[in-house]
Design a protein around this ligand. Structure first.
Ligand code: KG4
Ligand code: ZN
Length: 356
């Protein structure tokens, strides 16, 4: 069975052919046309530019995805497309393209939720997780914890009440001079900050809170874990406190070491996530944890959640770095399971900016 997947919810146009042999899923091609160089000039995604760039790229990447997989449209069992959530003008491009392709070639069409697709990236690994499991999807627009009962039944059990974790890295990264998208640069800068603060080149996490750099009251930042029984976050509180801290120090003429600041900010963000995932794992004993989305590429988050899941005696599934960001293979992978469940997109399929 071959699934052709399309993705255009934000600033990556992607198409991929994924095959399924009744057991394992294999990506035969995964072509991603990234627009980050264009949006970097503006410090973030400009929706109008994103939509136009998707239109320019989508035909070419479709040809490339089919050619690289060595298949033609007549071999495709189903077409899968991200229909929500995302930027509406961006989503519309792949939705309309996939619909036209499916109608013209009489191929079944399935719609895919972008966050489900991120989680499905882990199915494309040799050691694929099997539901039920807990999933944490951390991207530029979402910070969500799901209980995944089976491949197409998801219950949202925690999420951010305001900003997403990826956005929190991007916005503050910009303030300390890291170009958009700031996640990977933030990760590296924070590493040098942790090394500087602890004098250790590895395993610095547990040592860090005991360092003068961490204990400096001037550098205090709040946790994004909301202090109640929920599994929810607030990243706007952390973000605002960081903006105020940087401005206050600037006004006082106090130098802020960007690496030490990045380490402090990362520590709070990651510990906040770990606090709520610790609670989630305690409430769902024996469930493994799957992490997904662009922020799942963060090396500090990966290390912290490795330790957390070990402490709970469960497994952590982490997609390869190449599948953490937006791509077409993850859409095709989730699309396969939606197809197998009998779901079909009707003629009136539309893009939706919101989650449902
Ligand atoms: O899932 P994704 O590619 O697109 C969305 O659906 O939003 O996520 C993009 C986000 C950006 O905010 C980017 O800065 C962040 O993922 N990101 C990271 C890292 N690599 C990418 N955040 C933290 N650490 C990283 N290493
Ligand atoms: Zn995404």
């Amino acid at each position: 069975m071959l699934i052709l997947g399309f993705e255009s919810s934000c600033d990556e146009t992607a198409a991929s052919v994924v095959s399924w042999d009744g057991g394992a899923l294999t990506s035969l091609s995964d072509i991603v046309a990234s627009q980050v160089d264009v949006h970097r000039l503006y410090g973030g995604v400009v929706p109008e530019i994103a939509g136009r760039a998707h239109i320019e790229a989508i035909s070419r990447i479709t040809y490339e995805a089919l050619a690289q997989a060595g298949v033609s449209l007549s071999d495709i069992t189903a077409v899968a497309v991200t229909s929500h959530p995302g930027l509406i003008g961006a989503l519309l491009v792949a939705v309309n393209f996939a619909k036209s392709l499916a109608v013209a070639n009489r191929i079944p069409l399935v719609e895919v939720d972008h966050m489900r697709a991120h989680i499905a990236a882990s199915y494309l690994t040799a050691d694929a997780p099997k539901p039920p499991f807990l999933a944490a999807a951390f991207s530029g627009g979402h910070t969500s914890i799901y209980e995944v009962a089976d491949y197409t039944h998801f219950t949202l059990i925690g999420s951010t009440r305001d900003d997403a974790i990826g956005e929190a890295f991007d916005k503050i990264g910009r303030l300390i001079g890291i170009p958009y998208p700031a996640g990977a640069g933030f990760d590296k800068l924070a590493r040098s900050g942790f090394e500087k603060a602890t004098g250790l080149s590895d395993n610095f996490w547990n040592a860090y809170p005991r360092t003068p750099a961490y204990r400096d009251p001037e550098m205090r930042l709040p946790s994004p874990a909301i202090s109640d029984d929920s599994l929810d976050f607030s990243f706007s509180g952390l973000k605002t406190a960081a903006v105020n801290l940087l401005h206050r120090r600037e006004q006082l003429g106090a130098e802020t070491d960007p690496a030490l600041f990045a380490a402090r900010y990362t520590y709070e963000a990651v510990e906040g996530v770990a606090t709520k995932l610790d609670a989630a794992l305690s409430r769902h004993p024996d469930m493994n944890l799957v992490i997904a989305g662009g922020v799942a590429a963060n090396s500090h988050l990966r290390a912290r959640l490795t330790a957390l899941t070990e402490a709970h005696g469960v497994r952590l599934y982490v997609p390869p770095l190449s599948l953490c960001g937006d791509n077409g293979a993850m859409v095709a992978a989730q699309g396969l399971y939606e197809y197998l469940s009998g779901a079909r997109a009707g003629a009136s399929l539309n893009a939706r900016a919101a989650d449902e």
